[in-house]
Write a new protein. Sequence first.
Length: 134
Amino acid sequence: MVYEIPGIDLLFRMPYNNNDADMLAAAKAFLANAPDYEERFIFYGLPDTFINELQTAITAFENSLGAPGTAIAAQVEATAEIGEQFRKGMIARRILDNMVKTRYKNDVGKLAAWLSASHIERINSGEEPNQPTP
């Protein structure tokens, strides 16, 4: 359309920064200017409903911007719950460790199987876990 309508590329320019604020501002500017060129956009292949679809997308995007705070809160809550479940699992492992060692003290095979099954890999903070070599 730039060859047909000089300067239209300046009205409908994508932002260089891909941050939320710039994208939202560009979408709103596009929405504000689109009705003046609606007929041409449809001629060039956009659906008749593109302005309504753009408005719906803008609204959905704006509504999603409040979600990060909620998502972070959910992540913190889930992390706390994982920690509690991990603590319970470690207690159960310690109890079972004593029970299995007592019950199977004369069965080397079962003790070896328990040691393998109950092994918990420990990672020092700041270090990457051992990665398998390809």
